[in-house]
Design a protein around this ligand. Sequence first.
Ligand SMILES: Nc1ncnc2c1ncn2[C@@H]1O[C@H](COP(=O)(O)OP(=O)(O)O)[C@@H](O)[C@H]1O
Ligand SMILES: [Mg+2]
Length: 240
Amino acid sequence: MTEQSNGSGSARRGRFITLEGGEGAGKSTQVRLLVSRLEERGIEVVATREPGGSPQAEALRDVLLSGRAARFGPRGEAILFSAARIDHVDKIIEPALARGAWVVSDRFADSTRAYQGALGNLEQRFILELERVAIANARPDLTIFLDIPPEAGLLRVSQRRNGEPADRFEAEGIAFHAALRKAFRDIAKAEPERCVTIYALAPEGDVAAEIWREVETRLLEEAPKKSSRTRRKHAAQERA
Ligand SMILES: Nc1ncnc2c1ncn2[C@@H]1O[C@H](COP(=O)(O)OP(=O)(O)O)[C@@H](O)[C@H]1O
Ligand SMILES: [Mg+2]
């Protein structure tokens, strides 16, 4: 039984956290750290990612990231991302939230807004309408934007890649990545109640501590939790 369960079989809806940002910002790293920290609290967490996250959507991941989907043109490509998202929401995210589990996703709908926006030539209205259809009630409770100068992010990625070829988006030029960064910043500015931007050039542990502070203040303090003097002491030390 997780701590969200009230014991009568009907669980309190879980929380949905998404991590967004450019290539090499540290999303995958921070998802791992956040998930283990939530699990230490006794929370059931589903870690997932986009594009992909469910078997059907993972089957499209390679099509989307190899650039083959781009051959459908900007609208077709956006629709294919959304088709993958519909399956991910229906099969993984929504059922998890409904049973009271928390979901942490490495990228989600803001990536479509930002990437399609940065690529240009798609109406904002079209993107938002696709988003409405694809995500239905699965709106993130908290979105962390990991903000990094594109040059630094791309350098990290090329080091991580270790000789493997760049994917469809990594291969875009620096102007694209700068536009992407601006698009993420604009979303965060427009929706401050949901979004927080964290400077991602800092050491891994510092970024993790800042993310945790946001999760604690925005999501955990209102959730029923085990009272633990040690945890409060740790949190106080971290804040100091
Ligand atoms: N704060 C950090 N400082 C330095 N290197 C980092 C940091 N966070 C992640 N990395 C490294 O940078 C690379 C990209 O990180 P990753 O988490 O895969 O980014 P993303 O998922 O956003 O593309 C990895 O090799 C990772 O180990
Ligand atoms: Mg990643």
